[in-house]
Design a protein around this ligand. Sequence first.
Ligand code: 13P
Length: 253
Amino acid sequence: MRKTIIAGNWKMNHLGQDVTITVTSLVQRISPDVKPEIIIAPVFPYLPQAVELAKDSPVHIAAQNMHWEDHGAYTGEVSPAMLTDIGVTHVIIGHSERRAYFNETDETVNKKVKSALSHGLTPILCCGETLEQREAGVMQSWIEGQIEQALSGISAADAEKVIIAYEPIWAIGTGKTATAAQAQEVCALIRRKLASLYTEATAQAVSILYGGSVKGSNVAELTASADIDGGLVGGASLKADDFMAIINGAVVK
Ligand code: 13P
């Protein structure tokens, strides 16, 4: 069901002590009846620690990646079965940094989304265009293609469980946020694509987040937009104060 979600992607940041300090602070400050769903994605080694610290709180813990197989000869990889085994509930899939630096493709993204769903993990499926693609006028077809391929072979019932994050690559870590109008335009485009792949009801059930330099000062305008259901936050999720400002500033429609 469509809901407002604020998710923090910590990327390759924070040692164990920072994880403890930040999660503990968030757990203490987020009220049990907080309106947005809250998700935090630390790095693999600290996931069990984060799960334990967030236990009995509204904070859900996500992984930043996974393999699609349950087990096997895949040196350096982590499986969905391992993530659920330690209490992780969500997993970021297809982040642009993984696509750019680690050879993630639409095909592997699709395998991972299917595998996550079959293990009861909620995928946070990322898509987004480069500045060159936007300026060349191919943004729309690029985003539609990413969504179509990521969801290939996935039923409507399963698609409704997926969280989609639109993250224009030119706005990630640059301090250059897409305007609320630009972000809304693409989130609406994604919702129309979902309606054409499935039904309008399915499209309306999916939470679509915006990511790219989200902060306390811009979250209200972004989340007030009709098709933006929350944020996937990088830099401003690392400190509890900054992340709390985003959680408290988000508009829950
Ligand atoms: P920033 O919020 O640091 O721009 O990162 C966005 C992002 O990539 C979240 O996944």
